[in-house]
Design a protein around this ligand. Sequence first.
Ligand code: SF4
Ligand code: SF4
Length: 439
Amino acid sequence: MTFLETIKASGVVGAGGAGFPTHVKLNAKADILIINAIECEPLLETDKYLIRNFPEDLVKGTEKIGSEISAKRKVIALKSKNKKEIAKVREAIQNLNLDIEVKEVGNFYPAGDEQMLVREVAGVTILPTQIPLSKGIVVTNVATVLDVMSEMPVTHRVITVTGEVNSPTLIKVPVGTSIKECLELAGGPKIHGFKVILGGPMMGKPCNEEDISTTYVTKTLGGIIVLPEDHAIINRHNLSIKHILSRAASACIQCRMCTDLCPRYLNGHPLYPHLVMRAAAFSDTKGESCKSAMLCCECGICEMYACPMGLSPKTINQYVKTEFLKENVRWENKEGLEYEVSDMREYRKVPTERLIRRLDLSKYVKHSFDDVIEYEPSRAIISLKQHIGAPATPIVDEGEYVVKGQLIASIGESLGANVHSSIDGLVSVKEGYIIVEKR
Ligand code: SF4
Ligand code: SF4
């Protein structure tokens, strides 16, 4: 099999975000390969653990991917504060005698946003709605590189479990393990009345306490954070869009802090959340000034950090984007403009430590996780759509016995990713899922 065929067969997807199929992303030629080893979401320690423990695989994978896409520059980007990880990567590069750069980036959020990282490493601004490849750059993340290097089906994830749990820890579990079991591995929740954030506190998705038994680990999950149900982050998730729009109408003072601190705006994009807020306040969410919402990467800086009134520009952007998409309206660079980075960008980066304090998360910070708890459940509920694109099609029958790593759902020629069994057991096929149960 070729390099890309092996990646496709293994079902590798971008582990750090929405799960873009890696065999599609790497089907390219580029001048620069950037490995995103930033892990900028507060509290998450998954990538740092992987870097410390598998530096040679990371470096070899960087070299392999870089040579496959003909990259002249291969760069591993890490936060300069992560001294242990930087030392491990440098040592591996030296031992393997490879021509790979280490780029140290400041401790700000969202340093790991693809467009921010490209700016830090290559000094260019990707045009709005374009991908880094438009400037000859491919960006991929640590877990994805390790998945590519292993040449094995993607069946497990290393996940940070933290927040209000008795023993914050890293776990390594099969895809399809329930969130409830993941929490039990971390000693269980230590409070009554909690909610879970799947992913990081800034961009993760909330999961209700009553849903943790029926929500499952996917290939893109890197963090599980338990927070009190009255935590400010959870309160934001609980607001209805009606309530959010009405608060915008009554309390937005048009100070434009949301715009002035917006990383994409500072990177040069014509994104103006304060104008979207103004329009939304007058129920005009489909006007021209709202179209910039389509350039929002949903990093959360505007509403979790910038807005002095505690309003929700990001959520309004999400709402406006969905409304535009329903009508197939896209943002267009009609005049073919180039966009330049703001002179203020360097001064308006949001320091992660300050962000953590603002989010009231300081007490959950644990600086290093050295151990991983490995676990195998008796049942794995494996989603057929853990990636961007079409769901995979089941290729196993009800009652069939499968083994770990066996292909159970195929993507064929569609955009998407293959799905493999993460444990040995008997199959049952349900709408959108394959359940594998040990005998
Ligand atoms: S979430 Fe807010 S700060 Fe982040 S890109 Fe969107 S508008 Fe800008
Ligand atoms: S920061 Fe808040 S109050 Fe200021 S313009 Fe933006 S949404 Fe309105």
